[in-house]
Design a protein around this ligand. Structure first.
Ligand SMILES: C[S@@+](CC[C@H](N)C(=O)[O-])C[C@H]1O[C@@H](n2cnc3c(N)ncnc32)[C@H](O)[C@@H]1O
Length: 189
C-alpha cells in the first residue's frame, strides 16, 4: 500500500497524530523488514496511529493503553468517555483487529512475556517526565539491535519536562536523537 493511502486511511479515524507525523511513522515502519520482532505502541486512543502501523508492515502490533484519556502535564484533557470501544470498533470495521494484541493497561501495570522482542516502538502515552521514563525503560530492553523507538510530542511546548526526560534517556544510552517531521526517534545500537 502506498504511504499516502495509509495516511488517508489513518486520518479517517479520530485521533491526534497529524499527517506529517503519520508519514514519518509509515516510512520508518516500512523499513523494518530485515528486523525481527513485532511493533509496540504505547498510547493508541481511538486507533489512528495504530492503523498506520498495521498498514505499513505485516508485523503484529501490541497496543498498550488504559484508554483513560490524555495528560499533557500542566494541561489535562480527559476523554468524555473511554476510547476503548471506539478503538475496538475502528479496528473491527477495518477488519484488522486480528493484527493487534490489545493490552488495556497503563505501561506501569502492563505484563508482557519476557521473551518478546520488538523491532519498533511508538510512544505516545502519558506525556509526563515520569511516565515517559517508565515507557522507555519498559520498551528499551525489549527492542532488538538496530530497532527503532519513535516518540511523539517532543516539540509540544507545554510538555517540556517530558522532552527533557527523553533527552536524559538518550544521553544515558549514548544514542543520537533524530528530529524528523515533528517526531523524534532513535536507533538501539
Ligand atoms: C495522545 S493519545 C494517543 C493518540 C494516538 N497515538 C493517535 O494517533 O491518535 C495518548 C493516549 O495515552 C494513553 N495513556 C494515558 N496514560 C497512559 C499510561 N500511563 N500508559 C500508557 N498509555 C497511557 C491515553 O489513554 C491516550 O489514549
Amino acid at each position: 500500500m502506498k504511504i499516502q493511502e495509509i495516511v488517508d486511511k489513518a486520518l479517517s479515524i479520530r485521533g491526534y497524530t497529524n499527517c506529517n507525523k503519520l508519514f514519518t511513522l509509515c516510512k520508518i515502519c516500512q523499513n523494518l523488514e530485515t528486523l525481527n520482532g513485532d511493533i509496540i505502541e504505547i498510547g493508541s486512543a481511538f486507533g489512528r496511529s495504530t492503523m498506520a502501523l498495521i498498514l505499513s508492515s505485516n508485523k503484529k502490533i501490541w497496543s498498550i493503553d488504559p484508554h483513560t484519556g490524555e495528560d499533557y502535564g500542566d494541561r489535562q484533557i480527559s476523554c468524555e468517555k473511554s476510547s476503548f470501544y471506539e478503538f475496538i470498533d475502528n479496528l473491527t470495521n477495518n477488519e484488522v483487529l486480528h493484527r493487534v494484541n490489545v493490552i488495556r493497561s497503563t505501561t506501569e501495570m502492563a505484563v508482557l512475556n519476557e521473551e518478546l522482542i520488538f523491532s519498533m516502538a511508538f510512544i505516545d502515552g502519558l506525556h509526563t517526565a515520569k511516565a515517559v521514563k517508565i515507557d522507555l525503560d519498559f520498551v528499551y530492553p525489549r527492542i532488538c539491535s538496530n530497532g527503532i523507538i519513535v516518540l511523539d510530542d517532543y516539540f509540544e511546548p507545554s510538555v517540556q519536562p517530558y522532552a527533557r526526560a527523553i533527552d536524559r534517556f538518550v544521553k544515558k544510552m549514548n544514542v543520537d536523537l533524530v528530529k524528523e517531521n515533528e517526531l523524534v526517534w532513535f536507533k538501539k545500537v
